[in-house]
Design a protein around this ligand. Structure first.
Ligand SMILES: [Zn+2]
Length: 282
């Protein structure tokens, strides 16, 4: 069955990524049409600063020479026979200063969407400092930088994957959706709260989510999740949340989705249609 992996991480050690490319022909044979790959970018910062906005468990995968995804992305496109499935998203979690100039510079590289990890203050769960602290600025300035990117997305009919914990930052999420009505926003992992996610789905048509990172939870409560996905079938996407060279795990996740026994139309929406609409059409 055709599927889109709407949440795949990218960036890191060249040898890990280049050595893992052989998984893709198999995934494409299985039905992989597109992968929305979230490209870690540095916006000119030193590695030692940029790396502090990556969660601890992910840091070992990054390397100073390739912490900015642009170079490696180009290499992969050259090396893979079929690289059409690659849909790069610009990770702007640490964008700073002259935001519009950075965007002009990076977006010309072919990014189709935006991605951020929203951390207005120290994140206790991820153990990650706010970019405001790392860059030595105020929370207000950080918010301004982030929202200027959202404004750019709103004006340019783009989509945004915004990693944000609704248990802590629900009001920000609501504000983004209200202030940028043309920006299609995916708060992934069902926002870490199905209850709060529901409030956003019911009130904002530009709100989306994905089930990446939730497969262990889904296995424990298949009926709860299948009811929820049926109800919000026009908003929820499939994603693996894997590193680029570990995307083979998607096979196992597809089986977990199959075990949910969703209606056929719902499965198709979850695996494919919603992600196409989120991106703004085929
Ligand atoms: Zn993720």
């Amino acid at each position: 069955m055709d599927f889109i992996d709407a949440h795949l991480h990218f960036g890191g050690r060249q040898e890990e990524i280049m050595g893992g490319l052989d998984i893709y022909p198999g995934l494409i044979a299985l039905g992989l049409k597109k992968a929305y790959i979230l490209c870690f970018t540095t916006f000119g910062l030193d590695f030692s600063d940029a790396i502090r906005v990556a969660p601890y468990h992910a840091r070992a995968h990054y390397h100073p020479d390739y912490v900015d995804a642009n170079n490696l992305l180009q290499k992969i496109r050259n090396q893979l026979e079929d690289s059409d499935f690659i849909v790069p998203f610009l990770d702007f979690r640490i964008i700073h200063g002259d935001v519009e100039s950075w965007l002009e510079q990076y977006m010309s590289f072919g990014y189709k969407g935006l991605k951020t990890l929203f951390i207005p203050e120290y994140d206790d769960f991820l153990k990650v400092d706010s970019p405001a602290d790392i860059l030595g600025t105020t929370k207000a300035t950080y918010l301004d930088w982030q929202q200027r990117v959202m404004d750019y997305g709103d004006k340019n009919d783009l989509c945004l994957i915004c990693h944000l914990n609704l248990n802590n930052h629900f009001e920000y999420a609501r504000e983004f959706l209200a202030n940028f009505p043309h920006l299609r926003v995916n708060f992934p992992h069902l926002g870490f709260s199905r209850k709060k996610m529901r409030l956003l789905f019911d009130n904002f048509e530009n709100c989306y989510s994905d089930i990446s990172g939730l497969f262990d939870h889904i296995k424990k409560d298949p009926n709860g999740y299948s009811d929820y996905i049926e109800h919000y079938k026009d908003r929820i996407m499939f994603g693996s949340d894997c590193a680029f060279n570990e995307a083979k795990k998607a096979e196992e996740y597809l089986e977990i989705v199959a075990d949910l026994d969703l209606k056929e139309g719902t499965t198709r929406k979850l695996l494919y249609d919603v992600a196409v609409e989120f991106l703004g059409g085929p």
